[in-house]
Design a protein around this ligand. Structure first.
Ligand code: BES
Ligand code: ZN
Ligand code: ZN
Length: 501
């Protein structure tokens, strides 16, 4: 990893040694061009004032002006609008830094200094942390396979405060932000890696590395097919029958130094490639299906952050990794399997495989007696139809936990929306010959019936299901700071959540 160097400094922005100086500007009440340029060195005041005038710059969100400074040490000054101070959120700061990095890249520069935009009542740590995370997301590139790689990456970002605020708090926030941003990058790499290399075994090796780097508070169990058979995981194992890749069931454990009585289980869907199996997907739908382990990637990314933030909550990460392929050994539509909780499932579509793997993963998690369970899964195309490509569908049997996850997502800058576990729709997943069928009898409400299917395996334990099929993989850039490909969606929310537990 060649992550950019990020610093927190107490100084005047215009004293910073960087190729690009970024001044975020609020619109409205206190806005005056004079007061903005008053802080600048003589040499640039005139040209900045002129640019502000020609562009009619007023600090509205998303407004950008750049001024090239030829005679000074700095090559570019960027003014970026944040909108009015009372409407500004952490997301405004994230969008701002995304824009700043995009401009810096366009200038062909690699170092930038940015003032931390924070209102009088605002918390400088929160803003700084959000900026650092977003900066790393914006700077991310998956270019291992390119001849020219690393070319677009930033070298150094300096966050600057110039008033009486505590620089040590900023530095602490930078450190946290780096940990979180690093965890998201780990998840994105895992998703972006082609399925030909990111097999269940490769996921297991990644988990091993993460646990090893995490140190003494971490451990890992990898269950092979035989051990899963002994536990009766007929549902999960059925999914892997068509593949030449062996299944790997991963159980990561983080035990805090001083334990609280809280125990969180996070379960990630880990289908390393979803061809659909014998219910084969059409070619176009299969193109991005290396992303079907994005839930697992989020769990692993989250675990890399735990080591650095050391929260008080015990955490279990569970991934039933498997590849879904068609072959003479594959499960057939109409086959019946038995999950580890004793329930039988009629498999009518081998492409509804995620819920089959999660059935046994949730049953396993439940036995650990967690105080809360959260699963993340690229589960249904229906969820993307319902909420679009940027919003996760949340379903839960517990209002308090659901709200806690929604609040965490809001603070972390990930979009989630609650959908109901409607009891009346349960009849749609009743089978004629088994306890459940893996696809509903209706074409409608496919995310809800998938959620209801999972609920059969949680036995009333506080649980949240996150259908991340939309935001896990970006087919086009999402806002200013998240580019195409794996997004690491979920990592940031999990970090917020575990600190709330
Ligand atoms: N992995 C897919 C869901 C998916 C779709 C993820 C688009 C990301 C983007 C899942 O296994 C699947 O194929 N679901 C089926 C369920 C159906 C057969 C009931 C679907 O959504 O079509
Ligand atoms: Zn599928
Ligand atoms: Zn799938």
């Amino acid at each position: 990893m060649n992550a950019m160097n990020i610093l927190g400094e107490k100084m005047d922005l215009f004293a910073a040694k960087a190729e690009v100086l970024v001044l975020p500007v609020f619109s409205g009440e206190g806005f005056s061009a004079e007061s903005i340029v008053a802080r600048m060195p003589e040499s640039v005041r005139k040209s900045v004032t002129r640019s502000m005038k020609t562009a009619e710059f007023s600090g509205k969100a998303g407004e950008v002006i750049s001024v090239d400074v030829h005679d000074a040490a700095h090559h570019h000054i960027l003014l970026i609008g944040l909108g009015s101070m009372k409407d500004a959120t952490l997301e405004s700061a994230r969008e701002m830094i995304g824009t700043a990095i995009a401009c810096t890249r366009r200038f062909g520069a690699k170092t930038l200094a940015v003032e931390i935009p924070v209102s009088e009542e605002g918390d400088v740590s929160d803003v700084a942390e959000a900026m650092v995370v977003a900066a790393q997301l914006a700077d991310y590139a998956f270019d291992n396979y390119k001849e020219k790689n690393g070319a677009k990456r930033m070298k150094e970002l300096t966050l600057v405060i110039h008033d009486g605020r505590d620089v040590l708090r900023v530095r602490k926030a930078v450190e946290r932000g780096c940990a979180i941003g690093g965890g998201v990058a780990v998840a994105r790499d895992l998703v972006n890696m082609p399925a030909q290399v990111m097999t269940p075994s490769a996921l297991a090796e990644a988990a091993e590395r993460i646990v090893k780097e995490g140190g003494k508070n971490f451990s890992l169990k990898v269950l092979e097919r035989e051990e899963c058979e002994a536990l009766g995981m007929g549902s999960y194992l059925a999914v892997g029958l068509g593949s030449d890749q062996p299944v790997k069931f991963l159980h990561l454990i983080y035990t805090p130094e001083r334990s609280s009585r809280k125990r969180l289980a996070v379960i990630g869907k880990g289908v390393t490639f979803d061809s659909g199996g014998l219910s084969l997907k059409p070619g176009d739908s299969m193109m991005t299906m290396k992303c079907d382990m994005a839930g697992a990637a989020a769990v692993l990314g989250f675990f890399t952050v735990l080591g650095q933030l050391q929260p008080r909550c015990e955490v279990h990460g569970i991934v039933a990794a498997v590849e879904n392929m068609p072959s003479g050994k594959a499960i057939r539509p109409g086959d019946v399997v038995k999950a580890s909780n004793g329930k039988t499932i009629e498999i009518l579509n081998t492409d509804a495989e995620g819920r089959l793997t999660l059935a046994d993963a949730l049953t396993y998690a439940k036995k650990l007696e967690p105080t809360a369970m959260v699963d993340l899964a690229t589960l249904t195309g229906a969820c993307v139809v319902a909420l679009g490509e940027e919003i996760t569908g949340l379903m839960s049997n517990n209002d308090e936990l659901a709200q806690s996850v929604l609040d965490s997502a809001e603070d972390a800058g990930e979009k989630m929306w609650r959908m109901p576990l409607e009891k009346r729709y349960k009849s749609l997943i009743e089978s004629d010959i088994a306890d459940l069928r893996n696809i509903p009898t209706s074409r409608y409400g496919g995310s809800l019936t998938a959620g209801l299917f999972l609920e059969e395996f949680v036995d009333g334990l506080p649980w949240v299901h996150l259908d991340i099929a939309g935001p896990a993989f970006a087919e086009k850039p999402m806002g200013s700071y998240l580019g195409k490909g794996g997004t690491g969606h979920g990592v940031r929310t999990l970090v917020e959540l575990v600190e709330r537990m």
